[in-house]
Design a protein around this ligand. Sequence first.
Ligand code: ATP
Ligand code: MG
Ligand code: MG
Ligand code: MG
Length: 481
Amino acid sequence: QYLSGNEIRQTFLDFFAQRGHKILPSASLVPEDPTVLLTIAGMLPFKPIFLGQRTAEVPRATTSQKCIRTNDIENVGRTVRHHTFFEMLGNFSFGDYFKEQAIAWAWELSTETFGLPPERLIVSVFEEDDEAFAIWRDKIGIPPHRIKRMGKDDNFWVSGPTGPCGPCSEMYYDFHPELGDDNIDLEDGSRFIEYYNLVFMQYNRDVEGNLTPLQSKNIDTGMGLERMAQILQKVPNNYETDLIFPIIKTAAEIAGIDYTQADEKTKISLKVIGDHVRAVVHMIADEIRASNIGRGYVLRRLIRRVVRHGRLIGIEGEFITKVAESAIALSEAAYPNVRQREAQIKAELQREENQFLKTLDRGEKLLAEIIQKALVGQASRLSSSGQDAHPTTEISGRDAFTLYDTYGFPFELTQEIAAEQGLTVDTASYEAAMEEQQTRSKEAHETIDLTVQGSLDKLAEHIHATEFLGYTQPLSQSIVE
Ligand code: ATP
Ligand code: MG
Ligand code: MG
Ligand code: MG
C-alpha cells in the first residue's frame, strides 16, 4: 500500500524531528515580509533569521509550508508537476549543520525512508560547487555522470541584490531509466521530476557583487509534497495523487464527466479546478478576501478561472462551494483552520461566483465578437498586403479594459481566451485605459460629468492615434451595448 499524502508529510517531519529539528506549524499564506505578496517558499517565514535580522529560537527546524506561486499559473494542468497552491516540506539549519549533513539526510530520507531506488535518482549542483559535487560522488556514491553541473539561474540562490546567498543542489527522480544515461536532459519533464532542493547559504554578497564566506552558514531546503506523492503513489501526475484527485472527481461528477475517459482539454480544465479550489480555500482561510488589488486580486482571478473552466466543461450555474467542500475535507487533518472557517470560505466563494456568473455570459459574448473581428481583420490584412506581411494579431487594450471594467473579466483571463485563438492583447493601451480610469475616479469627486467625458474623449483620440486598428469603426463603439 502506498503512502498517503498525509503520511508523506508526517514521515518527512518525523524524520527531521528525530534528527533534532523542531516541528513548526505552517505560516500563513499572507507573509509578514512586506516585499512578497504571498508565501512562495518554506524559507520565507525564516528570511529575517537568514538575513541576520532576528535570532533563531532553535538551531534546526522542519515545516510543511503552504505556498502559492502565481508565476506557475500557466503551467497548472499543463505540466505534471506545477501548482499555484502546494505544500513545501523543509528542513532548516540556522548556523548549525551544513552541506555534508544536509546531503546525507536528503539521501537517507529519499532512499531509505521513502524507499526510492538509488539508481533512479539524479542530482544537480551549481557548476562551481566542487564541494557538493565531491560529497555526492564520494560520500554518497552517485556516478559522476549523474551529477549535473548547472548555471546560476537554476542553482544559485539569492534573496536580493545583496545579502546571504549560495549554491543549491536539486534532486530529481527518473521515470524512465530505461532510456539510458546518454543525453540526460533534466529539463525533460516527461522523464525527470525535481522533487527536493537543497540551498547552501554560505556567502554574503556585497554591493559590488563580491562574495565573502558567512560566519554562520545556513541550510534551507524544499521538497514538493505533491511531487513526492506522485512518485510514491505511482500516478502519472501530481493531480492524480490523493492530495488533489478527490477534488477533481467532485468537479467531474458535477459536470457528468468520467475523468478517465475525458479528452486532454477537459482534463486540463479539471486540473485547473482541482488546483485553484485548493488555493482559494486556503487563501480565504488565511483571511484573504476578493478585491481588485494585491492578494485579493489573485484570489478573485483564481475564483474566476475556476468558474470559467467549469463552464468550459459544461457546468451551468453555481458549483464552486460543492467542490470546495471536498477540498476542505481533504485538508482539515493537516490544516484545522480550514474547517473552522468553512462558513466564511463558502460565503466568500458563493458571493464571488454569483457576481461573476452574472456578468460572464454577456462578457463572453462580447469577447467572442471582439475575437471574431480581430480574426477577420487579420485575414483581410494578410490577403491585402501579401504573404510576407506580419499579421497584427492584437485585441485592443480598450476592449480588454471594457471587459475588465464592465464585465469583470480579469485582464489575464482575456489574454488567456485570446491566446486560445492565437491572439495577443495590447497591454500598453490596456494599462493606459486603466490609469485613465484611476485618474477619472479621483477627478470624479471634484468635477462634473462633462469634464470627465472630455478626458475620456481625449484618451480615445490618443489611443486611436497610436494604434493600428484595421477597422474604420472603433471596436468598442460598435460592440458595447
Ligand atoms: P521547477 O524547476 O520544477 O519549477 P523550482 O526549482 O522552481 O521547481 P524550488 O523553488 O526549488 O522549485 O522549490 C523547491 C521545491 O518545491 C521544488 O523542488 C518542488 O518540489 C516544489 N515546487 C516548486 N514549485 C512548485 C509548484 N509550482 N508546484 C508544486 N511544487 C513545486
Ligand atoms: Mg519553478
Ligand atoms: Mg528547478
Ligand atoms: Mg529548484
